[in-house]
Write a protein that binds this ligand. Sequence first.
Ligand code: UGA
Length: 433
Amino acid sequence: MKLSVIGCGYLGAVHAAAMTSLGHDVVGIDVDEAKIAKLSAGETPFFEPGLPEILSAGIASGRLSFSTDMADAADADVHFIAVGTPQRRDGAGADLRFVDSSVQSLLPHLKPGALVVGKSTVPVGTAARLAELVNPTGARLAWNPEFLREGFAVKDTIEPDRLVYGVATESKDQDTAILDEVYASAISSGTPRIVTDYATAELVKVAANSFLATKISFINAMAEIAEVTGADVTQLADAIGHDARIGRRFLNAGVGFGGGCLPKDIRAFAARAEELGRGESVAFLKQVDEINLRRRQRLVDLVVDSFDGRVFGRRVAVLGLAFKPDSDDIRDSPALDVAVRLKGLGAEVVSHDPEAIPNALRLHPQLTYADSVDQALEGAEAVVVVTEWKQYRELDAAATAAKVARPVVFDGRNVLHPGAWRAAGWTYTGMGR
Ligand code: UGA
């Protein structure tokens, strides 16, 4: 099929390359010339395992191209809208500027019968509003939320765990058939598919992210209780996780969630619910957000307490900057936030991350960045693990102790083995254990 993908950020670039690898002809459109130049040269603008390979293969096949000119999308039968919906600067709601402008600039290029497919995460009601703009051109609109996780984005796009199509009642069968053709490979391998209306499709996405955020904040709330009772939240999570109704995944307590999705999505959902007069229905999301943000300060407090309240001038190695491993994304990153807060208190913070330093440096040039873990550890009086990269999880406690000035470690992701670290002479502190 001939597809266009409007917006070549995280979602769009992965979607464009993945759709090409499934056999479609794809053009990716973005207003950012530098990004398009990079992608056209086969370079990924961000770190995502597996993406460089499918991007270069797509370009080499001649079926994947990128452009800043919307007219280059005119040939496509299906147009995916994959632009960002960040938090508004003046409030908690979603900023729909990019969605609106991309649909507006696509309108003059739509062929009759073309299908515009929204993938961006939007407040419920957006699709119905956009359909009123699209339908008069003779094209139609569907909403098809995306559930990819950073770090697994390629796999999640090619082999999603479910497909959700929000379609107009009048063209339900027709639009479902088109989307089935786009996702023929996933459909043929039995991927569950839910065909529904616009509002449900839009809500599925924010409900899923709200549930995940709530699960993480739930276990972090238990960590807060564990901290004052001497209980171990990791064992608690293991024990409740054995109940299949609860499940162990997304029950890792620590410094909390960040990234470009969960934090802004729960805030936008709460804001939208307020607009709909149902603020109370999701009022708990405010607490989910608050619990989450408290964890960052809690970790900072633990570090400061270890210096008897005087962290000024003390050398602290912060391991991790990305919001999660296998990503260079620092949007709303708890790791970066902890480094910035400690630095703000006068600590001599030295940060390391295998991938995220260039992004962090751009936003926070005031921080000190180490080229290697060893360089970060040198002379450290406290080591703080805030992103669970494999290389940090596998640090050898004894060898690491030999590199630092004071063997005091804070495990912000509860990924180190407390017994092994204590046995090697470390003062170990986890989050709620
Ligand atoms: C999230 C969702 O998981 C995806 O399904 C969704 O498609 C995506 O948002 C999106 O809306 O685009 P992602 O932001 O890549 O994906 O990251 P997650 O894997 O969900 O992790 C989010 C944060 O939660 C990370 O900071 C992670 O460290 C933290 N986390 C995760 C925990 O603190 N504890 C856990 O048990 C799990």
